[in-house]
Design a protein around this ligand. Structure first.
Ligand SMILES: Nc1ncnc2c1ncn2[C@@H]1O[C@H](COP(=O)(O)OP(=O)(O)OP(=O)(O)O)[C@@H](O)[C@H]1O
Length: 363
């Protein structure tokens, strides 16, 4: 007779490669049912985008065959529950991911939009805030220029902004509230108040991830957000040119300052190499190669990947349909891989935070 204890014992030999602990210790096994030779259970991954899903499933099957019985018929339900750090400020939002860059024009908004969609395509619920007061580009990238979000009455009687939904994403941009013909001369306190409204006064519902596209550089918004909300981590976008890399150093330095102390989930290098549309296998590193990777090593933060310079990205951005929506486009694959890596880093950081502060069970 196969017992539940035998199954748990076998699965305690399977390690989650990113989290470096076994599946039983991580409480990732649920709903074990045994009926004669049939074993059924669920593995609760920490993100639907887990790039190691197939490998973990395989390791579970091998462990059952080795430690329990070769004859067992195993049915595994691979599912997920996105982890969070305890968050009393915005309890419905499990992870806030900020996307920043030292310099303007490096592709921060392009990365934010495609990352948010990449996370959403794996089954997570995702929101995107465009807090780039100097040049909000999310309305254009999603074909939403001139749109105005509706206002609804919340249960407390207060008005709430309803994010606009597009391709399954919930979106709010500072650009929905400003007139592109009449740029607003923003002052520090105005900026902070306006951006905080996008978080506090909006009806986001339940979100696994909220991606935030920040203005370039290190300014008031960065300080306000990092001091007001529990941020799961920051992503830094750069391009291979030396000047962009030196700006990134300042950005990383800011997040690592004691007073701010936001985990850097990693560096993304955009426009790393040029790929002609007719020769997608050819890569031309016109600005030199390896800069982002070297910087990541120097600061001991993950390198999240290289995004090529491809004309279709900007065409797609201008046409209101981010490139990740184009099935079969190699760029779409690059952004999907990026989303999986980011989700993985969020899970790792959340576990580290829980180990440092084990009081509330945050899963
Ligand atoms: N990998 C790429 N290949 C080709 N074009 C790209 C790539 N990444 C971004 N672009 C284009 O470069 C321009 C700037 O990109 P984007 O708006 O995403 O940058 P940003 O860093 O957010 O800029 P800003 O600082 O102005 O907000 C856009 O026209 C975009 O379509």
């Amino acid at each position: 007779m196969i017992t539940k204890e035998q199954v748990l014992q076998a699965l305690s030999h399977v390690e989650e490669p990113d989290l470096k602990k076994d599946l039983v210790t991580l409480n990732m096994i649920e709903g074990i049912e045994i009926n004669g030779n049939n074993i059924r259970f669920s593995v609760i991954l920490t993100t639907p985008a887990c790039p190691l899903k197939a490998m973990i499933e395989n390791a579970c099957r091998n462990a059952i065959a080795y430690f329990v019985s070769k004859e067992a018929e195993v049915i595994i339900n691979m599912t997920s529950r996105v982890t969070t750090r305890a968050n009393a400020t915005l309890p419905n939002i499990r992870n806030i991911i900020i996307v920043s860059s030292g310099k303007g024009g490096v592709g921060k908004s392009t990365v934010s939009a495609n990352l948010a969609l990449g996370l959403q395509m794996t089954g997570a619920s995702v929101g995107l805030i465009d807090a780039d007061i100097y040049g909000p580009s999310i309305p254009t990238m999603f074909g939403l220029e001139g749109e105005r979000p509706l206002s609804v009455q919340g249960p407390d009687g207060k008005a709430r902004i309803l994010p606009i939904e597009r391709f399954g994403l919930k979106l709010l941009s500072i650009g929905f509230f400003t007139d592109p013909e009449q740029p607003v001369p923003w002052r520090g306190p105005m900026v902070s108040t306006a951006v905080k409204q996008l978080f506090n006064d909006a009806d986001w519902g339940e979100l696994d991830y909220l991606v935030v596209d920040l203005p370039p550089g290190t300014g008031d918004i960065h300080i306000t957000l990092t001091q007001t909300y529990p941020i799961a981590g920051a992503i830094i976008v750069t391009t291979p040119q030396k000047v962009a890399l030196s700006d990134v150093r300042k950005g990383i330095g800011m997040f690592m300052m004691n007073a701010i102390n936001i985990p850097v989930l990693g560096i993304v290098e955009n426009m790393s190499y040029f790929t002609p549309a007719e020769l997608p296998g050819n890569k031309y590193y016109i600005f030199g190669s390896g800069g982002g990777q070297t910087l990541a090593q120097r600061y001991d933060v993950p390198f999240l990947g290289e995004i090529p310079l491809v004309k279709s990205i900007s065409d797609a951005g201008d046409a209101g349909r981010p490139v990740i929506m184009e099935a079969g486009n190699p760029m779409a694959e690059a952004f999907k891989a990026l989303a999986a890596k980011v989700a993985q880093q969020v899970s790792i950081r959340n576990l580290e935070v829980r180990q440092m502060n084990p009081a509330p069970a945050a899963i």
